[in-house]
Write a protein that binds this ligand. Structure first.
Ligand SMILES: [Zn+2]
Length: 146
């Protein structure tokens, strides 16, 4: 029989629940990025990249949005692509040379599709926007009510 008090038990359960949730979250990111890298190899051919962009824009019904794609030669640690939103409602999607894949293109376009605002300091970005874009990137899952 344990000598723990109820308060200690609750603390123990809360701490472990948090730990399991945190590890699951990290695991989800890790596994999904492996799945995406396996499914979608790095693309070098710009005409192929353009073809995939056109197909994905159509698939997500984004033809009416003003989206400019740019292939850039600089790297940001762990970030293969990035979308910038401008005040006039247009978007600039930067694809980093040597890291471009169909998965990255799908990921960025899904952020636009969902109207995500981004922001690395935003809890909404890490808990909703980023996992949702990863689900689409790696598994083609579109969450209609989330
Ligand atoms: Zn993202």
């Amino acid at each position: 029989m344990s000598t723990r008090t109820i308060k200690e038990r609750i603390k123990y359960i809360a701490r472990n629940t948090f730990l399991i949730a945190f590890l699951s979250y990290i695991g989800f990111f890790g596994v999904s990025s492996c799945v995406s890298e396996y499914k979608y190899p790095v693309l070098e051919d710009e005409s192929k990249i353009e073809k995939i962009i056109k197909r994905e824009v159509k698939k997500l019904n984004l033809e009416n949005k003003k989206i400019v794609f740019d292939i850039v030669d600089y790297r940001v640690f762990l970030v293969p692509a990035e979308t910038k939103i401008f005040a006039d409602g247009s978007y600039l999607v930067e694809l980093r040379k040597g890291l471009i894949s169909e998965g990255n293109i799908k990921h960025e376009l899904y952020h636009i599709y969902k109207g995500d605002k981004g922001g690395l300091l935003s809890l909404k970005f890490w808990l909703i926007e980023e996992p949702r874009a990863i689900l689409y990137e790696a598994y083609d899952i579109k969450l209609s009510s989330f």
